[in-house]
Design a protein around this ligand. Structure first.
Ligand SMILES: O=C(O)CCC(=O)C(=O)O
Length: 266
């Protein structure tokens, strides 16, 4: 795994709100990731989330076939996702001294599936933070034909008041934010084994899959250590939500493991 980040890449990430790393996994590592994710998806079956008291999330495959928190019930995925080297990359990009897993997510776009509409991620989650970040690992080569992502550079500096679902019309986000059309979307074309990182507020979308093959990606969203509950359940289990007040720190290691922390924290 190529976890090197140059000062120039970190600056570009902070300026644009995203970064592409085309040579993230070696060929052998890509095989390992594909095998682990395929096996975890098969073992998971119809359940979007793993635990009995997890919220029931819709499972429409119109836009994406999604399975969340595979790290919780598949040992190989756990090893891949809880890797402190990825946590450290996320922490360096965001300039924070501790990183927790928010949730992982296998995102398969079926052949002919709809586009993923423009949205921000953090407006959906149970914490509101400037320094949330997601890694998106391409398990297949992705381009504009089979559903690569697109980013609007610089949009991570603004939290929109409305949350936009991934199945909304593509232009829904423009209703109150017409100024966004002044920004050129950047296509995140990647070879299989490449990855991107994007900030939790960066506005992004993905094209329709106009190919005969699934577009497979494995992602993990991270939260900065110390992030607090904002009152939204999202993927949190009932058991936790019942005992949380708005403002409580989300630090349950069974749900949101701390995967990297600066050692010189004083
Ligand atoms: O893979 C996709 O189509 C969208 C991914 C996405 O929205 C995300 O990873 O935040």
């Amino acid at each position: 795994m190529n976890t090197t980040l140059t000062a120039g890449q970190i600056t570009a990430y902070r300026d644009n709100g995203f970064l592409l790393l085309p040579d993230f996994l070696s060929a052998d590592e890509l095989t390992e990731w594909r095998d682990a994710i395929e096996s975890a998806m098969e073992a998971r079956g119809d359940a979007v989330l793993p635990r009995p008291d997890d919220p029931l999330l819709g499972a429409s495959r119109t836009v994406l076939y999604q399975r969340i928190n595979l790290w919780m019930d598949h040992p190989q995925v756990r090893t891949l996702i809880l890797d402190e080297k990825i946590g450290q990359m996320a922490a360096r990009l965001e300039g924070v001294d501790g990183i927790r897993v928010w949730h992982d997510q296998a995102l398969y776009k079926d052949p002919w599936a709809n586009p993923t509409s423009w949205h921000q991620d953090n407006t959906k989650w149970s914490f509101s933070a400037q320094h949330a970040i997601t890694i998106w690992v391409a398990l297949d080569e992705v381009d504009a034909r089979n559903g690569c992502m697109f980013f609007l550079p610089g949009t991570h500096r603004r939290r929109l008041e409305t949350d936009f679902p991934i199945g909304a019309p593509m232009n829904a986000i423009l209703v109150d934010n017409e100024d966004l059309t002044a920004i050129d979307p950047i296509a995140a074309e990647l070879p299989a084994g490449g990855c991107s990182f994007h900030n939790g507020l960066t506005i992004h979308a993905a094209a329709a899959n106009m190919s005969r093959h699934p577009r497979r990606a494995m992602t993990c969203a991270f939260m900065p250590d110390g992030a607090t509950f904002n009152g939204t359940q999202n993927v949190l289990p009932e058991r936790l939500v019942q005992n949380l007040q708005v403002g409580d720190v989300l630090d349950d290691d069974e749900q949101n493991p701390l995967i990297w922390q600066a050692t010189d924290k004083t």
